[in-house]
Design a binder for this molecule. Structure first.
Ligand code: PLP
Length: 367
């Protein structure tokens, strides 16, 4: 049985270009900080990758700080900031929400879209001491945040803006976010390897390293660079822009599936807001997300319950709870995320299996 992978928001297949770049980098001996020829060869790989990542966002390469993934980049943004107040939306990824204990949570509406009036109120007239962290696209629902409007409010208050663009990269153009003071990327969400990411930081922003030691990455992130991983990220970034251009095509699969699921009694979340084209969060009344994920797995389909980062836990998603959905209902929602290689047939097979699981659950409840 071939597995249908519908969990691209958890991680993506390694891009061929990234694999080739990593394989070549494995044969380069030097430490990028060494001044000899071998060191310079490794340095070249890192700097080429920096250019690839910078081009994806449309910023100067000097602004790119490589990190050990999206989680570390988010932690660096929130923990390294000089701001004394940090505000974040209620639907941020745990790597933002748990980065510090003193975050002021900005509420969202029933679609998971940030409440702009609440943000304005909470920032107050003088936000010079504040950092606002808002994701570009939600990992569970795909819902997009109104970053341009958020940026305007943040600027007016004199505060700083961090955008977690981990789920947006490779799925939509990122140029619109180049004005953020800090922006997070993670390679494995757009065809690169896991364990490497970047924080893109505007010039002159005070930011203390959270990983301390040597002076690498302009003194913002100590430690010998992960040359192989960075090479993979750079190559994947160079191709992610092209992927983003065709990504909207997944909306046809998703919308067809969504219509049929709703007709079959499924609960779809975040439908009333602009979303990533590939993402669908759907609840099956009366069947826990865990049961569904296992049943889909047995049928050769990979999907996830809530966010992958919190899988293994049975707690309902904090994202759905923040949208006002009650705990019992939220615990019945799974996430489907399409990506490279998925077809309409995959969506149809998902629907058949969904109906089977629902049918079995109905008959066992009736028994
Ligand atoms: N931010 C968002 C929105 C994510 O979806 C994820 C991972 O799922 C992360 C941050 C963390 O990235 P990483 O897996 O590279 O630590």
């Amino acid at each position: 049985m071939t597995t249908i992978y519908l969990d691209h928001n958890a991680t993506t297949p390694l891009d061929d270009g990234a694999r080739a770049a990593m394989s070549a980098a494995m044969d380069v001996l030097g430490n990028p900080s060494s001044v000899h020829g071998a060191g310079r060869a490794a340095r070249r790989i890192v700097e080429d990758a920096r250019e690839g990542v910078a081009a994806l966002v449309g910023v100067d390469p000097a602004r790119v700080i490589f990190t050990g993934g999206g989680t570390e980049a988010n932690n660096l943004a929130l923990r390294g900031t000089a701001a004394t107040r940090v505000l974040a939306s209620a639907v941020e990824h745990p790597s933002v929400l748990k980065a510090r204990d003193d975050i002021d949570i900005v509420p969202v509406d029933e679609n998971g879209v940030l409440d702009l009036a609440a943000l304005e109120r909470m920032l107050g007239a003088d936000g010079a001491d504040a950092l606002v962290s808002v994701m570009a696209a939600n990992n569970e629902t795909g819902v997009l945040q109104p970053i341009a409007a958020v940026a305007e409010i943040v600027r007016k208050a004199g505060a700083r803006l961090h955008v977690d663009a981990v789920q947006a990269a490779g799925k939509m153009p990122l140029d619109g976010f180049s004005g953020a003071d800090m922006l997070t990327l993670s390679a494995h969400k757009f065809g690169g390897p896991a364990g490497v990411g970047a924080l893109i930081v505007v010039d002159g922003l005070p930011l203390q390293p959270i990983v301390r030691g040597g002076g690498q990455e302009r003194r913002r992130r100590a430690g010998t660079e992960n040359v192989v991983g960075i090479a993979g990220m750079g190559a994947a970034a160079s191709r992610a822009r092209a992927h983003a251009e065709t990504f909207a095509d997944f909306a046809a699969n998703r919308d067809m599936l969504e219509r049929d699921l709703i007709a079959a009694g499924g609960m779809v979340y975040g439908q009333g807001a602009p979303r990533l084209a590939n993402t669908l969060t759907v609840g099956m009344p009366g069947v826990s997300a865990e049961t569904q994920v296992m049943a889909f797995d047995l049928a050769g389909i990979a999907v996830s319950a809530g966010s992958a980062c919190s899988s293994g836990k049975v707690e309902p998603s904090h994202v759905l709870l923040a949208m006002g959905i009650d705990g019992a209902e939220a615990a019945q929602a799974i996430r489907v995320s399409f990506g490279q290689g998925n077809t309409m047939d995959d969506a149809r097979r998902f629907l058949r299996v969904w109906n089977d699981i629902r049918g079995r659950a109905g008959s066992s409840a009736a028994a």
